[in-house]
Design a binder for this molecule. Structure first.
Ligand code: PLP
Length: 393
């Protein structure tokens, strides 16, 4: 037996474990200090009542012989695929239901999609980056190139004709930087990908936070994107499904290479290796698109949006450069007076009792930057911003 030694090339991820270690050491030393946690990338508000009642009804169905369901379609139930198709339709993107695949979240599919691509493809990922894009390709032994996201491009790298990439990852609104591409900017990426015969793997996990006109919520808002892109989306941040697990992946039928359809290969991959998302969860996800569900979810999202605004208003008042916050739950800012993100982390924890995430943990271009998230409670966020103002002001 031979192991996949590519796993040995994975870099240890010390980011969140080091944060946890430092915070618990600080709490032990200062039991009287209140710590405000602003580094979490997980939602804190509960599932919407419409989702809960749809899931309760589905549980009842599962307990009745006449409505019980066993294995469902691997690619998802029609009722959910249709709701997602209509959701895209309301935003001017027309899809066929069989281009939509229900998943147990974006993370799984972002990794699993690589099954349909040869190892001999060069991958382009932005730096800083959501680590899943890098690690899944390291595991497969692919060559990885990085596109620099930095202050000079407002953390939105654009294509470089000289770079020969076959698989391109884009994440917008971005984790960790909160920066979001406009439809115009994505046009350049689509043009680059089509010219090269490359594929864009577009992570739209935070699309629900986009409110500004002209910014993209889907890569398929760009003409021609169906010939070069796959889109990953999730109910995690939209509807608080981080622990419930449901997402979807759009693989257009127009996406082909050497006459082979990616949609067909992905369907084959899913029907072979995946047995679908639980019926109860899919019923809950479908309730997200009902009138009642949409209203309730909008209320939850507005809490996170208000928090993001509290953070960005505070940074504005302190004259600190940042991205995100406006169309994203993440705010990414230049550490004021520090070149090292960890040094700033320590000072912020000691001086203000605030926990954030050091930007250098997401890639070399994150050094000197810091991420705060809008997922804490309104009270915590308010208090944290008051402390931040006092600490840095
Ligand atoms: N993509 C990005 C950019 C994320 O930040 C996350 C989670 O934090 C995910 C995907 C994973 O989403 P899911 O919960 O649907 O697996």
């Amino acid at each position: 037996m031979k192991l996949n030694k590519n796993y040995l090339r994975l870099e240890e991820s010390y980011l969140f474990s080091t944060v946890a270690h430092k915070v618990s050491a600080f709490a032990a030393e200062h039991p009287d200090r209140k710590i405000l946690r602003m580094g979490i990338g997980d939602v804190t508000l509960p599932l919407a009542p419409a989702v809960i009642s749809a899931m309760h009804a589905a549980v009842t169905e599962m307990g009745d012989k006449s409505t019980f369901r066993g294995y469902g379609p691997e690619q998802g139930y029609d009722f959910l695929r249709e709701s997602i198709r209509a959701y895209y339709g309301r935003r001017g993107v027309s899809l066929d239901a069989d281009e939509i695949f229900i998943s147990d979240g974006a993370k799984s599919d972002l990794g699993n999609i690589l099954d349909i691509f040869d190892t001999d493809n060069t991958v382009l990922v932005p730096d800083p980056v959501y680590p899943v894009y890098v690690d899944t390709n390291v595991m497969a032994g692919r060559k990885i190139l990085f596109s620099d996201a930095n202050a000079s491009n407002a953390f939105l790298p654009m294509p470089d004709e000289k770079v020969e990439a076959d698989i391109i990852y884009l994440c917008s609104p971005n984790n960790p930087t909160g920066a979001a591409y406009s439809v115009e900017q994505l046009k350049a990426w689509v043009e680059y990908a089509r010219k090269r015969g490359a594929v864009i793997l577009y992570d739209a996990a935070y699309e629900c936070f986009v409110t500004e006109k002209g910014l993209a919520r889907s890569i398929f808002e760009v003409e021609g994107a169906k010939e070069c892109a796959i889109e990953f989306c999730s109910f995690s941040k939209t509807a608080g499904f981080t622990g419930t697990r449901c997402g979807y992946t759009v693989v257009p039928k127009a996406l082909q290479s050497e006459g082979i359809s990616c949609n067909k290969l992905w369907l084959r991959r899913q029907t072979t290796k995946f047995n679908g998302v639980p019926y109860i969860v899919q019923r809950g996800a479908a309730a997200v698109f009902t009138e009642e569900g949409e209203k309730q979810i909008a209320e939850n999202l507005s809490v996170y949006r208000r928090n993001a605004k509290r953070i960005s208003d505070c940074l504005d008042s302190l004259n600190i450069w940042y991205t995100g916050g406006k169309n994203s739950p993440y705010v990414w800012f230049r550490c004021p007076g520090y070149d090292d993100s960890w040094q700033f982390f320590d000072k912020l924890l000691e001086g203000a009792g605030i926990v954030g995430t050091p930007g250098c943990g997401f890639g070399k271009n994150g050094q000197g930057y810091f991420r705060l998230t809008a997922f804490a409670s309104e009270e915590t966020t308010q208090e944290a911003m008051e402390r931040l103002k006092e600490f840095l002001g």
